[in-house]
Design a protein around this ligand. Structure first.
Ligand code: NDP
Ligand code: MG
Length: 386
């Protein structure tokens, strides 16, 4: 792809956002930044704006936006949730990277696809919460969605080489997280620091905890279902502690294709930002001989119930995945703040799903409402358990 592409990076101050700016800097001018956003990290965002020379930034927190506007006179500072949507709609971008965390990413996803702009999607929660409506919107406007998740970028690349009708199953791998092999009793004692110490990936706080509970794989099963239109019963999860194979496609004849790469998110980010093409990156390929062995195990779903909770919510459909996601966000936040035990995360999600049975969804507003309601109930459960 040789055309210059105008890129907007949402969530520029986060783990994915900062790595994306590195990918842009190495794109030899192929990617031109037109705007950046964050929630409240205004000093970092202003520094990024100065460094990249963008003309517009947005901060979701009005106080942070006001401080940025005082400190930076090099361009325009937009404020609040409306500011973020304006940044998307008025950017004249060819491509938006949505690297927000949580269901807060749904609004910008809808704004991007509604404008018919190509979406590089790291914010998997957009698809978990609003999968059917989001993919229908993309189809209606003709906007492409390219995944920025290592497993899904791997599958996307593998599937591009598969004839229609030749795919039997998809497999996404899980590292197993820092607590692989532990018992429920051991998990009851784990600390926030231990949960944040991921064995193979360095990521933002929320997804690191999701990886430790295995909820991340539950969200990723839904992400794969919506991205590739694959039925849930044809999507497998296998624990692979080396995080070297990211995704596998099983073909009709029983052969399997695997995507192998080092655990470096810049691969998936660059793949999505360059329209699904492989570009030069200063990344060493995996040293197979040095690694020696690749191993695989089943998921221990008794000890890590979040994956099963997510699969059940996915099959229930309607508002259930939205409720699951909102309850998970509240519980993870409480765990990170030291207000909830690690093993209570699943309990909060289960209790919230029980109190809010799945309802049909016909509009994004219904999802925003379900998200709000689930957050309220989950917060009550957290308070009751504290
Ligand atoms: P981080 O927490 O590191 O960064 C999140 C970014 O979004 C920050 O820029 C933050 O701004 C901004 N943000 C957070 N909340 C809001 C909000 N309510 N409104 C507006 N902006 C907000 O997250 P990650 O980069 O780790 O993850 C981003 C997404 O990518 C997640 O959906 C995650 O699941 C997915 N992902 C991440 C991977 C990784 O390696 N990190 C791998 C695969 C997927 P501020 O700095 O001001 O808080
Ligand atoms: Mg992933």
């Amino acid at each position: 792809m040789s055309d210059r592409r105008r890129l907007l990076v949402l969530g520029a101050t986060g783990s994915i956002g900062t790595q994306a700016l590195d990918v842009v800097a190495r794109s030899h001018g192929e990617l031109e930044l037109v705007g950046l956003s964050a929630q409240r990290s205004w000093e970092q965002l202003v520094a990024q704006a100065r460094q990249t020379g963008v003309a517009r930034i947005a901060l979701s927190e009005p106080d942070a936006a006001a401080r940025a506007a005082e400190a930076w006179t090099g361009g325009e500072v937009l404020s609040g949730a409306e500011g973020l949507v304006r940044l998307v709609v008025e950017s004249e971008a060819d491509l938006v990277l949505n690297a927000l965390v949580g269901s807060a990413g749904l609004g910008p996803t809808v704004a991007t696809l509604g404008e018919g702009i190509e979406l590089a999607l790291a914010n998997k929660e957009s698809l978990v919460v609003g999968g059917e409506l989001v993919t229908a919107l993309a189809e209606a406007t003709g906007a492409q969605i390219l995944p920025v998740d290592s497993e899904h970028a791997a599958l996307h690349q593998l599937l591009a080489g598969c004839a229609p009708g030749s795919v039997r199953r998809l497999t996404i791998t899980a590292s197993g997280g820092p607590f692989r092999g532990m018992s429920v009793e051991q998990l009851e004692q784990v600390s926030v620091q231990e949960a944040l110490a991921h064995p193979t990936w360095s990521m933002g706080g929320k997804i690191t905890i999701d990886s430790a509970t295995l909820m991340n794989k539950g969200l990723e099963v839904m992400e794969a279902h919506h991205l590739f239109g694959t039925p849930y019963e044809q999507i497998d999860v296998v624990v692979h502690p080396q995080s070297t194979i990211h995704g596998l496609v099983t073909l009709a004849d029983g052969a399997m294709l695997a995507h192998i790469g080092p655990p470096d998110m810049r691969l998936a980010i660059a793949y999505a930002l360059h329209g699904g093409e492989s570009v030069d990156l200063p990344i060493e390929p995996v040293d197979l001989v040095g690694l020696g062995a690749l191993t695989f195990e089943p998921v221990d779903s008794r000890t890590f119930p979040c994956l099963s909770l997510a699969r059940a919510a996915a099959l229930a459909g309607g508002t259930a995945p939205c409720v699951l996601n909102a309850a998970n966000e509240v519980a993870v936040h409480a765990f990170l703040a030291g207000r909830l035990a690690f093993t209570a995360i699943a309990a909060v999600i289960e209790a919230t799903l029980e109190r809010l049975p799945a309802e049909r969804v016909s509009s994004f507003d219904a999802l925003y409402e379900a998200d709000r309601g689930a957050r309220e109930l989950a917060s009550e459960t957290v308070a009751a358990l504290a």
